[in-house]
Design a protein around this ligand. Structure first.
Ligand SMILES: [Zn+2]
Length: 94
């Protein structure tokens, strides 16, 4: 577990939810449910009250995220890789 100062706890603002949702679609490994699912990787969905499992039948909830997940990772990546584009979402085909 990271240090508490590096974490954010729900409830989250709309902006935070939006930022976390962008993070989930980003190049970094998304937050996933720790419970067993048929799908190998079951993502968490950001809500104002925290993460919930994307599987409706699963009750998993999580009220924290890494503060770094709110960062502007697109800008951070562009800084070192100016040609990077973010139109491709390879995991969106599932
Ligand atoms: Zn789950």
């Amino acid at each position: 577990m990271p240090e508490p100062s590096e974490m954010i706890f729900a409830p989250w603002s709309e902006e935070t939810v939006a930022a976390l949702s962008r993070y989930q679609d980003g190049p970094v490994h998304p937050y996933t449910c720790p419970n067993e699912h048929q799908q190998e990787e079951t993502r968490l969905v950001a809500t104002p009250n925290g993460w919930v499992c994307s599987d409706d039948s699963c009750a998993y909830a999580q009220n924290w995220a890494h503060a770094a997940s709110l960062g502007d990772w697109e800008a951070a990546i562009r800084a070192v890789l100016p040609s990077a584009t973010f139109d491709d979402k390879p995991e969106a085909t599932a």
